[in-house]
Design a protein around this ligand. Sequence first.
Ligand SMILES: Nc1ncnc2c1ncn2[C@@H]1O[C@H](COP(=O)(O)OP(=O)(O)OP(=O)(O)O)[C@@H](O)[C@H]1O
Length: 235
Amino acid sequence: MSSPALSVRSAHIVLDGHVVAENLSLEFPGGRTTCLLGRSGVGKTSLLRHLAGLLPGTAPAGPVAYMAQRDLLLPWLSVLDNVRLGHRLRGDAAARHAAGPRARALLAEVGLGHHLDALPQTLSGGMRQRAALARTLCEDRQIVLMDEPFGHLDAVTRFDLQDLAARLLRGRTVVMVTHDPLEALRLGHEIRILSGTPFVPGPVIAPSGAVPRDPADPELLALQARLIGELRTGG
Ligand SMILES: Nc1ncnc2c1ncn2[C@@H]1O[C@H](COP(=O)(O)OP(=O)(O)OP(=O)(O)O)[C@@H](O)[C@H]1O
């Protein structure tokens, strides 16, 4: 099954009287990763929450997986139970049972196969983010919304998780908020810069080559300089 495109049509995003977006129309291509960049406070999280149907008066485009800025792991559940939490909360007995092997396989993929019984507070920040990524993927949704999924990680851990995410998210429709232009350039089939109040999305930036892209690629480095310049002047 191919992942659906996502569209926003003539949307207004207003939070307690603050107009974040007005008459907003945007397309996110199916089966591709779109990275959203923009200065702090421009409205990236609000747009993601709009897409997820988490704002008043909105509905999700379909079943979505949402990975929030904080990992939101429940401290009293093991890593394994955190990863299969959605199934445990929603599913019937058969679905709950089936989630176990899937959760274990994903935890092995993210390098936590030996920490199934660990409690979140005993893990490093990078390990917690990996567990949160496994939980997001355990939902097995065609649409995945991610809000700064690799923020607050050291450069090497971030780099490794970007590679992992690109592999595990292949073929899904992904909208990812990031503050890091290089992350957007490594992972995004398309990149949009949001700027202004209310925000307006800039034109689609579509670097060439498959993701995850090589950060040493001269095209990427040139684009990084351009994105930083646009963020500086536009935001
Ligand atoms: N509940 C609220 N009521 C009023 N204004 C809000 C509310 N939540 C957010 N805002 C404002 O809406 C704007 C957009 O916030 P949002 O969190 O979407 O920005 P962001 O681009 O994701 O920021 P950051 O990069 O810092 O996470 C900000 O100016 C923020 O102050």
